[in-house]
Ligand binder design. Sequence first.
Ligand SMILES: [Zn+2]
Length: 555
Amino acid sequence: MRKPEQSTDSRGWHPTRLLLILAVWLISAGNLPLWQALWRLPETTGARGWIGALAYGLLALALLVPLLCLTVWPRWLKPAGLLLMTVATASSYFMLSYGVVIDPTMIANVFNTDAREVRDLLSWHMPGALIAGVILPGIWWWRQPVRRVGMRALLAHQLGVAALACVLGAGTVWLAFQDIASIMRNHKELRYMTNPLNSLYAVARVALGSTQRAAAAAQSVGADAHVARANRPDPAAAPLIVLVIGETARAANFSLGGYARETNPELAALQAAGALVYFGNVRSCGTNTHASLPCMFSHLGKTAFEASRARHENLLDVLQHAGLAVLWVDNQSGCKGLCDSVPNAFTRTLDVPGLCPDGECYDEVMLHGLDERLAALDPARRARGVVVVMHQMGSHGPAYYRRSPPTFKHFLPECTSSALQECPRDQLINAYDNTLRYTDHFLAETVKWLQAKPQPAAMIYVSDHGESLGESGLYLHGMPYAMAPDEQTRVPMLVWLSAQMQRAGGVTPDCLRGEAAKPWSHDNLFHSVLGIAGVQTESYRRPLDLFAACLPAPH
Ligand SMILES: [Zn+2]
């Protein structure tokens, strides 16, 4: 590093110099996962590889130093240093523990997480990481005396150092362009691993995006929606549709999709009885809840949804426009704004005997009192049809073992730690598979509840995203979509139709089975729910409706 001037004197450090020490600390000690990842790259075996890795580190430093020089003034030098150490340590901890990287959707997830989810993520390694990464260096940092420097001299210093860093960066790129370019081209995940630049970038993106979206009122969608008479020959046959949004269930571990262990025994029985169809080739919109949920309820589809800066009304709003009764029941961290304009209920913190140990409820709690919740909805709307969304806790990690009741511990022994890398992999998979076994039961119970109803009934289940269970050292989910493995983006989806529904709607499981192997995605959910609910609107796209091939021809 270039020294901006001679070192400390009796009156303490020059603030710019202390800032440089902070930058060097953050890029070196604050980036253990990055260095570990660089060490493991095939490119970094020879000396040339090491030049590339070193050059990458220098480039990161050359980016960080101007950023700090232009924003951190002596007045907030100390707290800013502590904050950055905390950010770098926390993100290093999560990267090392779960193989995740820090990108804008991950940060959006962090802002939308609640205390219970945080509790699940922490393990006894966390205090150790905080001591080594924040408390010990923090004490040293806080005790350093800082020299008073005049404003003009300080400005000259900070600008000068920032300029030097830019020269250093440009020189590094010039000298080692080939090596840096090949590392960055082939390993895009590295840029999401570079502390604290990854977090700063992601926070800025999220803040910018959410203020832009919040400033705009939601644009109306499907204001013309209405129940199509042609699809509803019998007006008394108003449908009851349950949409179950699964959590963290991956298609790879569904026995309905060919997984060797019996994770879906009750659903398999329904399938054998002929009323259930499993879709084995379905992609999620995102790799985390916060990205997938708004996208799957949007009429836009993944590509247009992600490109759009505007907020739009969602599927539930359109169903309301059509005059249907809508209810959102949530056993997780909330509906991400989707249910703001429809009746909703939160069941996660209820206290139902047998279903809610440790201050958190199993998914069956959503069926508890559901009849009463429905009875409270507008009767005129109910007469046109009812759509209930149930948002599961499902297989939410890393504390999988908390998600299945004792009677569903079919695969043992199971991992009972949140530090997933500590558990033997088969125990981790046992704990995860038990959650799917319980989801199997919950869905079958939902079907039982529907079977007892007089009206035509349907259940659509789809998971929000998948999960990594240690494949290639990855855990949990939330990888940037383009580099996410199949385990995180291939999700289970299934449809169950009551006998009345098959008669009233004209959709038969036999016909649907012909569609089951085709590639579907979250893009199809909006249009399929409108299709099965018999709702017509300009925003409906028949080619995206997975029931379309089995519905009566449009007029
Ligand atoms: Zn999720």
